[in-house]
Design a protein around this ligand. Structure first.
Ligand SMILES: [Zn+2]
Length: 63
């Protein structure tokens, strides 16, 4: 059993479980995922809407 998960893994799971909805056109992407890029102390999530190509981004600071 892997009881220990990194903060990154936890964040990732949280995002995977959240609904991904385009704020521009309302497109709801059930299967899609965030593209995740991590840099020093920060994780950035990006999603490009396949319908209207709006870009959703979330940026999270790792404590
Ligand atoms: Zn859209």
């Amino acid at each position: 059993m892997s009881a220990h998960r990194s903060p990154f893994d936890r964040l990732r799971q949280k995002f995977d479980e959240s609904e991904l909805e385009c704020r521009q056109c309302g497109y709801l992407d059930d299967d899609g995922g965030w593209r995740v890029t991590a840099s020093r102390g920060r994780v950035q999530y990006q999603f490009v809407c396949p319908i209207c190509e709006a870009v959703e981004t979330r940026s999270i600071r790792l404590e």
